[in-house]
Every structure is written in C-alpha cells, then in structure tokens.
Design a protein. Structure first.
Length: 252
C-alpha cells in the first residue's frame, strides 16, 4: 500500500500541472473562435457606427471638400474694352467720351492697360444762361482727348444667378495710372493722373458688360491763373477677351 500511494502521488502531480497549462490555452482558442457580435445600434451586414452616430462611409463623405473651378480664367488673356461715357464735373459743358482700352492680364488679379478717350463737347444750359442773361463769358476749357496707361488690381470677385437660370460671374477692380490730356485752351498735352474703379459682368467666357468710374486730375491754365481740374467720367460698354476660350491645368 505504501508503494501504491507513492506512485499515485508521482502520477497525480504531472497531471495537475498539465491541466493548469492547457486550460488557459484551450480557453483562449475557444474565445478567439467565437464570432464577433454586431455593434450596438447597427444591423447585421452594416459597418458599425462611430461615436457620433455616423457610419464609416458617412465619415468619409463628410471629410471630402469639393472646390469648384473658376468659371472664367483671365490670366495671359488680352481684353479689349469699348465704352462710352459722360463727364459729370464740368457744369459749363457736357462732355461725352468714346474710349478704347486694351489690357493684358498678367495674372487672375493684375492687369496692365492703355486707354485712349476722345471727347465731344457741347455748351450746357448754365453756360447759355450765364452768357445770355448776365452777359458774362467764362473762359472756355473743352476737353478734346486723353491717352494714358494704368495698372488694375482685382480685390473682389463672385457670381450671382440671374433670371433663375443664368449664372453671372463678376469681378471688381481698381485702377491707378496716368497720361496726358489736351483741352481747347492749348495744344500742349497736360500731365494727368488717373484713379478709378470698374465692374465686369461675364455673360460668356469672352464677353462682358463693363462699368467704370474714373477721375482724371490735371492742372488747367486760365487767364486768371492755374486751377486743379477733376474730370470725373462714368463709362459703360463691353469687353472682349482674346483668345475666346481657355484651358484648365491640373496638378499631376
């Protein structure tokens, strides 16, 4: 009996040790083999929702930002503007102008241009009243033409919908430059500074309606002395862009 007890103890000890080592491994395999339970709040076959209640596809869609292409590109295109206008600063005369402006757009925001304006003048009702009723004869100063160059910068642009269907792209630009003005008082050109603002509305990729307000500043010589003159002109017309079309370039 003593011998059997000794051998039973010797066999029992390895069996206990083996069971202690095998049990965790067997349990781990069993747990790994169990199928994943669907996440709370999602149906079988659908991706689990995140903490905010969005699926992974919805999270991806919300992370995508779409940038629309600019409807019109002006860079490296030539603009020819044909406008008619009227001067509002001289009360003795009505000055009407016909102007042609050429601009080269070196970028989407900056252009360099040159302008020639020819003026047509007529006496105003005030001039006829002063000369007829009071027999006063003011010194004549009729603007004949202006020629100059300028630089324009576009600080603002956008688009709006017209007639519930037509999308119109527009830009607002400011101009500064200078040139010469000739009046009826002298054939000598007078140095002239120019500041102005303008608005373009694109009805097509190559065609716009153009509005401009310009102030031409020069010194006029009268018999009574020199006087600083502001020739403020409002102009309206069209612009044509050449080439008529353009191509978009995309990063590779």
């Amino acid at each position: 009996m003593h011998v059997l007890e000794v051998w039973s103890r010797r066999l029992l000890l390895p069996a206990v040790v083996t069971s202690l080592l095998v049990a965790p491994l067997a349990g781990g395999v069993a747990v790994a083999a169990e199928p994943d339970e669907p996440a709370a709040g999602s149906e079988e076959g659908e991706p689990p929702a995140d903490d905010e209640g969005l699926t992974s596809a919805e999270r991806l869609e919300s992370a995508i930002r779409v940038l629309q292409r600019r409807p019109v590109l002006k860079e490296l295109r030539f603009e020819l503007a044909l406008t008619g206008g009227v001067a509002a600063s001289d009360q003795m005369y009505r000055h009407f102008s016909a102007s042609a402006t050429g601009r080269m757009h070196v970028s989407e925001w900056v252009s360099i241009g040159a302008t020639y304006s020819h003026y047509f003048s007529e006496e105003s009702a005030l001039f006829r009243d002063v000369t007829g009723n009071y027999e006063l004869f003011p010194e004549r100063s009729e603007i004949q033409w202006y020629a100059g160059a300028d630089v324009s910068v576009v600080p603002m642009d956008g688009k709006f919908v017209a007639f519930d269907d037509l999308i119109v792209y527009w830009d607002l630009y400011a101009s500064i430059g200078g040139g010469v003005t000739v009046t009826s008082r002298s054939d000598t050109p007078k140095p002239t500074g120019m500041i102005g603002v303008g608005l373009r509305m694109f009805l097509a990729k190559w065609f716009t309606l153009t509005f401009e307000l310009r102030d031409h500043i020069f010194v006029e010589d009268y018999n009574a002395g020199s006087e600083l003159t502001n020739n403020v002109v409002g102009r309206f017309g069209i612009s044509i862009f050449i080439p008529f079309d353009f191509d978009y370039s995309y990063p590779r």
